[in-house]
Design a protein around this ligand. Sequence first.
Ligand code: ADP
Length: 397
Amino acid sequence: MNVLVINCGSSSLKYQFINSDTEEVMAKGLCERIGIDGSRISYQPKGADKEELETPMPDHTKAVALVIEKLTNKETGVVKSLEEIDAVGHRIVHGGEKFATSVVINDEVMKAIEECNDLAPLHNPANLIGINACKALMPNVPMVAVFDTAFHQTMPSKAYLYGIPYEYYEKYKVRRYGFHGTSHDFVSNEAAKFLGKDRKDLKIIVCHLGNGASVSAVMNGKSVDTSMGLTPLEGLIMGTRSGDLDPAIVTFLASKLNVSAEEVLNILNKKSGVQGLSGISSDFRDLEKAFNEGNERAKETLETYCYHVAKYIGAYAAAMNGVDVIAYTAGVGENTAFVRQRVSEYLTYLGTDVDPEKNKLRGETVVLSSPGSKCVTMIVPTNEELAICRETVRLVK
Ligand code: ADP
């Protein structure tokens, strides 16, 4: 089957076109600045150069039309016609408590996704726009919704309830949902497969460390806790997000800065994290460079970041009463040796380590801990698009 995987943001659309039989990416690209001046599309067919084109995209329907035009282009396309697109898989950020698994999209599903809009006001409406745009151009192609929150719906209430009046959970559904579920699911599965074990027999901690970052505890194949909460702001220190803090800081800063609580949240989402702490960058490549040049703020930032990751691993080892596998993934987790090394120094009590030589590897599935370690530490590259493709095939076949 040929599956078009779509990840729609408010002004962007990331896509991959995957042959599900070979799991090869036949083409991929990105539409940016949709509905804004200077919109552009990139398109990269397998084994060929990336094309970039600035062209008007007043809305997402136009963006999807351009993607289809690229995929079916006589010279550079990878299929002959629209008929060769067998299914579309959509990444949907928030499924609330309504979706514990991926689903085939129909009117009822769209309505239920819309009902989750106030839980993810920036993301879900954009995801729906993407679905509608595809529906308009490919009315007969089956579509599947794959939710970032679904994998974590197995968390017990002790993990998802906050210590606030219960009625806010009942009335407004204020609880921990967790995100990056597609990645936590995929990575824990791949880790078990690589080790030749059944995920159902393992206690796995997945550290998805990208620009956004979250940790999850996956016990016997199910997510039992995760660090992101009602929104992706909670948990680890991230690229630009603060992660955990005392909620009183919001009104304290609002008063000191003479701004609204909304504006403080904006600061916590966009100007905090390692970017805010270091004053250098949200990108770990820049931070490592500054650290190697002796920059003290970069050092303090990286130390703080690693300390928080280690604390979450400790917490989830407690949640599962043990841990068999710690898996690092996403941009930072797969590439930044320093972080894996430093975090592992806090974890020798769990019976794991990170071999400095093996730790030089990046971007491939590899065991980093010494042979015979009680707990295996490893890198497992994530692939959310492939996970969405597999889910789509599972549901439409
Ligand atoms: P997201 O999908 O959340 O945007 P990614 O998983 O792509 O994020 O991670 C992006 C981050 O990964 C970058 O900001 C950077 O900090 C880090 N990163 C990516 N490549 C490298 C690399 N080669 N070395 C160190 N860090 C890297």
